[in-house]
Design a protein. Structure first.
Length: 489
């Protein structure tokens, strides 16, 4: 492999911003290794452990560690795929999912890698819209207009203006937003990545424009049309006293063509997939006094009930299940799929994925996310509400991140890669969690928040949560969405 001088120089700069010098031959080893990623840079720094000059032996040791990790991860992925019983006759494919690939240990280095991954991924998207300079070099160039990309570390109000503290891998800068940009700045979230264009005044950037990563106006550019329909469910909460048993039975009868008339039967026959976005069961100890709301006190018993109810659905339909914060997996996102002893309870037409999961249903790209971060956005941005969840989902797409605000109600696991970044634009974004129903389109992406199958609990009354249960979205990709109501007070 021919090593270009610019490649070695790029590697040297990446180490300089972290306080290290690197031997040229050591830099060549990194170039030969392949893509110059934050993973290799971070691993080399850990091995060097404070050395003034990074040598060849440090790079070789780091490369060996990365290869060992990848080999271990590959083995775990193959094991998980084997356990899941991957079905190759269905047209269902997992594009991205943390299941079987989690390597985080919660160390400081893991958090550094995680936020570097977030910054790198979202910066790459923003660089296709603007032409930024690194913050460290911003004062060295004489330009009438300048653009930077960075992570929001702080935002504060000063009179009728907002000050945005922005940070990239080279330094930080304060950006002053006034007028319309101040309105945008007031809704910025900590640790999201944005671009700012404006003019320099001393060491401060006066913002003319704030740029979000956002999805393209026409979505992913592919207008997929299919002759089958997809049903979106979430928050079934099997095991709860408030689970809507009669309404579920009516839903099953409709899918089996027993009710709904000729038009309803035709719609039911078109259903090929059902996607369930988390909180399959009510769980144990999720909130204070939950035991008073439980019909089944054992978590395994709750999943047995869930499997039995899902087994009532027609076997011709493929069912995809993703977990939520009430389920028996780790609370921190991204969450892996349900454990094998629980997965084995479900019938053979059920597929299990993590949260989030980016999947392909016969050419339809679907991003499933339980939606816990919706709580953070509703609390932070006054114009958003639980009554219109699709408006909140627009903000997730606009920011190209499923949990853009770190440190709120949504715990995040510091993986080496940020799985919550929306790298590839989906055709459909499916959420749940907040027990209300909403659908809409944003720049070509169909958004659906899929209600619940649990009536209002005593705890929900106390926290003023008013659910909209028993609402079902039936969507034909490229066509219409039909809202079915199985619950009536």
């Amino acid at each position: 492999m021919v090593i270009k001088n610019i490649d070695v120089a790029t590697v040297a700069k990446k180490f300089l911003v972290r306080g290290y010098n690197i031997n040229p031959k050591a830099a060549e080893l990194i170039c030969n290794f392949g893509e110059i990623s934050d993973e290799i840079i971070s691993e080399v720094c850990r091995v060097a452990n404070g050395k003034f000059i990074v040598g060849e032996e440090d790079v070789k040791a780091a490369i060996n560690k990365i290869k060992a990790k990848k080999n271990g991860t590959k083995a775990r992925v193959q094991k998980v795929k084997s356990e899941l019983g991957e079905k190759k006759d269905g047209g269902f494919r997992v594009i991205k999912d943390v299941t079987g690939t989690s390597v985080c240990e919660g160390k400081v280095e893991d958090f550094v890698c995680y936020f570097n991954s977030r910054l790198e991924k979202l910066s790459r998207i923003l660089r296709s819209r603007i032409h930024p300079v690194s913050i460290a070099h911003i004062g060295k160039r004489k330009m009438e207009s300048v653009s930077v990309v960075g992570m929001v570390t702080n935002v504060w109000e000063r009179g009728d203006r907002y000050i945005i503290q922005l940070e990239d891998s080279t330094g930080s800068i304060n950006c002053v937003a006034s007028g319309k940009t101040a309105e945008i700045a007031s809704e910025l979230l900590g640790d999201e990545v944005i671009g700012v264009t404006g003019s320099l005044r001393g060491k401060t950037l006066i913002a003319d424009r704030i740029v979000f990563p956002d999805v393209p106006i026409n979505g992913n550019g592919e207008k997929v049309k299919k002759d089958f329909s997809i049903i979106f469910l979430s928050d079934t909460h099997f095991g709860s006293k408030e689970f809507l048993e009669k309404e579920w039975e009516l839903f099953v009868k409709w899918l089996n063509g027993e009710v709904g008339g000729e038009k309803g039967q035709k719609l039911a026959e078109s259903v090929k997939y059902i996607v369930i976005a988390g909180d399959i069961v009510d769980g144990i100890g999720v909130y204070p006094g939950q035991e008073k709301d439980l019909a089944i006190m054992d978590i395994y018993g709750q999943y047995e009930s869930a499997a039995a109810h899902i087994d009532e659905l027609p076997k011709r339909i493929r069912i995809i299940i993703s977990p939520g914060n009430h389920d028996a997996v780790r609370q921190a996102e991204p969450q892996p799929s349900l454990p094998s002893e629980i997965r084995n309870l479900f019938p053979n037409n059920v597929y299990h994925v993590g949260n989030p999961a980016y999947i392909d249903l016969e050419g339809v790209k679907l991003l499933i996310y339980h939606g816990r971060s919706i709580d953070d956005l509703v609390a932070k941005i006054p114009r958003l509400s639980y009554e219109e969840p699709q408006k909140v989902m627009e903000e997730l797409l606009r920011r190209r991140h499923l949990s853009p605000m770190y440190g709120g109600r949504s715990p995040v696991a510091p993986e080496k890669e940020d799985y919550l970044v929306i790298d590839e634009v989906p055709d459909i974004l499916h959420c749940g969690h907040i027990h209300t129903y909403g659908t809409g389109f944003y720049r070509g992406v169909f958004m659906v928040n899929s209600s619940t199958w649990q009536a209002q609990t005593e705890f929900q009354k106390k926290v003023n949560l008013n659910p909209m249960p028993g609402n079902v979205a039936v969507y034909r990709p490229g066509g219409e969405v039909v809202r079915l109501r199985f619950y009536g007070e």
